[in-house]
Ligand binder design. Sequence first.
Ligand SMILES: N[C@@H](CCC(=O)N[C@@H](CS)C(=O)NCC(=O)O)C(=O)O
Length: 247
Amino acid sequence: MITLYDLPTLSGDPSSSPFAVRIRFALRIKNLPFTTRFVEYNEIAAAAKEIGAPPTGVRQDGSPKYTVPMIYDSETKTAVADSLLIAKYLDRTYPDSGPTLVPDDTEILQNFFASDTSFTFLTPLYPLLRVGVFRKISPSMQKQYVNIGPPFDPHEKFDEKEMAEKWAQVEATLRKMDGVMGSRDTLGKAKEPTFADTALGANLLLIRYVVGADSPEWKALMLWHNGRWGKYLDWLENYGINPVKMS
Ligand SMILES: N[C@@H](CCC(=O)N[C@@H](CS)C(=O)NCC(=O)O)C(=O)O
């Protein structure tokens, strides 16, 4: 059985960590059952050391940086950290249980898309997303969260007119993506999700997580570009046989 390490939320739902959501998608796409172990930010390093997962980067002070998602696969006694490496591990270890997420010849482009382009439409929303995530985590995690990533004001009130401009920017960036995707349903082979799809899907879900499925903003986004993003998420969230809660 695979254990996925993810961040907890106040509601007990899986976190909004767009990187962990990629792996929730990936495990589902691969039809692999898994359990979740929730760890707060300041517990990630200890959990990683316990299972033998390496750091995924280096902090500014030179110390190792441990991150979620991580997985521990008890079948193979293997620990893997970093979403792309986990997707590649699943492809390698379970080649017949679902589509290949990272075909060899696509790895560099997918990595670039997942770590860069797939985030571009979120940029205008960053303060809103930071505050939104902050409000959904426990007080102890809030203290940790403010020290991770760019500074933000947890009490910021968002001006309606300014936000309307930001949403227009989000729409314009997604419109470009819609144009590039054209009539294709996915970023990879038609009807077979790739790692890049899990990244784009997870970033879309981060918005839903923060503004809520019933909010006017999310309802509007679902209608943009002939409803592409709603159909896209629907396809991605329902792919595979394991029922997995995404957010
Ligand atoms: N490259 C990593 C990035 C993962 C990442 O940044 N995870 C964040 C949560 S969204 C994290 O664990 N941060 C902990 C920290 O910065 O201390 C991946 O693709 O998995």
